[in-house]
Write a protein of this length. Structure first.
Length: 185
């Protein structure tokens, strides 16, 4: 049923490479768990990988004190990339460890440095040991605030990092066809 009587709805596929979706996975990994998930996703989807690191000098103690406080407040860390231009991609995936129920300040810094992401598809994932809090939803909202249209998110707990059946759900979300514009004329 057409919700706009007398109008034509045209779906415009959001791919820029002859129907092949180009994907980039931007991630921060502290212990290696997020990196393992990002690398698996890249192998399964053909995505490019960008690992971001903080230029803020964390130690084990400062990460637990300063890093957690920055995560909770949503404060972005300075990162090594001046900007991350995603103009050549159709889908942007962001991955982060969970720090006190929030995405890390490092991935917040990366999201703030995204360029040319307006209207592109986005997917968020977070990794955690036990409790994720609302980290996946917080990361999704941050991605939406920079213009990405988030089509899904997932939490990957420690025991699921090598559960490829579980991780393939995330692969499905990434590979899901995406329609960026719905034009009503």
């Amino acid at each position: 049923m057409n919700p706009f009587p007398g109008k034509t709805i045209t779906f415009i596929p959001a791919t820029s490479n002859n129907g092949i979706m180009r994907t980039v996975i931007i991630y921060h990994s502290d212990s290696g768990h997020t990196q393992a998930v990002a690398e698996y996703l890249a192998r399964q989807t053909g995505a490019d990988l960008i690992r971001v690191t903080s230029t803020f000098p964390y130690t084990t103690v400062s990460r637990a004190v300063t890093g957690v406080r920055r995560a909770i407040s949503g404060t972005p860390d300075p990162i090594e990339h001046r900007e991350i231009d995603v103009a050549g991609y159709d889908c942007v995936v962001a991955g982060s460890p969970v720090w006190a129920g929030h995405p890390s300040p490092v991935i917040n810094g990366a999201i703030d440095r995204l360029r040319n992401c307006q209207g592109k598809a986005g997917v968020a994932f977070v990794t955690c040991c036990l409790v994720s809090g609302g980290a996946a939803a917080i990361l999704s909202r941050r991605m939406e605030d920079c213009g990405l249209q988030v089509k899904g998110s997932m939490v990957v707990h420690g025991s699921q990092i090598t559960d490829y059946t579980y991780l393939n759900r995330l692969v499905t979300i990434i590979n899901r066809p995406w329609y960026g514009d719905i034009r009503v004329s």
